[in-house]
Design a binder for this molecule. Structure first.
Ligand code: SF4
Length: 239
């Protein structure tokens, strides 16, 4: 039976997939996104070791709440794809129980992508940057690592929502949004929709606690109205 490390479980998630979600946050991430608000989920050795059955037992207890709302379970992080065997077992068991699953991912993991994606009812694919140099600046890792996952997405074509965090002074421009739209039309034409998420400052206390300088400490939170305006302009349905 697969064991894995998780950061935490949230029983009333409302933003990571349809309806009410039980969100399982995996521990560990290879990226260092400048805008990350969960730096406490980076360290692969931290968190808590659990079995897939322990997680499923919890999920089943929450089931009456999320099922009535058309919700399910979301695997987020950290990065779930960095623990592929554990994730695969969780997805398999959710499917056996008829529970809707959603994978929230950066696409930087350790493989088994086709098998994993075949079991996901919905994928929230987080795009960080489009260009190799910008990606490296944003995430401290080569963009190449995401290509293998993007290829698997194109093969399996699960229901997919593309997500992009919008950061003032970095990607809150018409130029970037046009490029994002073009990229999705070309590479991910099966994506159902695009969600733009405003950069916020709510994770800064976690950096302080960890003794790490928050990389965007001098950047203001993204104006939510401007994010909505960009979303309406470039990604409203029927566009
Ligand atoms: S992929 Fe997610 S958890 Fe990892 S650094 Fe980026 S925002 Fe943080």
């Amino acid at each position: 039976m697969a064991k894995g490390r998780i950061h935490s479980i949230e029983s009333m998630g409302l933003v990571d997939g349809p309806g009410i979600r039980t969100v399982v946050f995996f521990q560990g991430c290879a990226l260092r996104c400048l805008f990350c608000h969960n730096p406490d989920s980076w360290d692969f050795a931290a968190g808590k070791e659990v079995t897939a059955d322990e997680i499923i037992a919890k999920v089943l207890r929450f089931r009456p709440y999320f099922e009535r709302s058309g919700g399910g379970v979301t695997f987020s992080g950290g990065e779930p794809l960095m623990q592929p065997k554990f994730l695969f077992e969780l997805l398999t068991k959710c499917r056996q129980h008829g529970i809707h699953t959603c994978l929230d991912t950066s696409g930087v993991g350790l493989g088994d992508y086709d098998e994993i994606l075949s079991l996901c009812d919905l994928v929230l694919y987080d795009i960080k940057a489009l260009d190799g140099a910008d990606y490296e600046k944003m995430c401290s890792l080569s963009i190449e690592r995401t290509h293998e996952f993007a290829e698997a997405l194109k093969r399996i074509k699960p229901a997919t929502i593309v997500r992009q965090v919008v950061v003032p002074g970095i990607n809150d421009t018409d130029e970037y949004m046009r490029a994002l739209k073009e990229y999705i039309a070309k590479e991910l034409p099966f994506a159902q929709s695009v969600e733009l998420l405003s950069f916020h400052k709510m994770g800064e206390h976690k950096y302080k606690k960890l003794g790490i300088a928050a990389p965007l400490a001098d950047t203001e939170a993204m104006d939510k109205e401007k994010t909505q305006m960009l979303c309406d302009k470039y990604f409203s349905k029927g566009e």
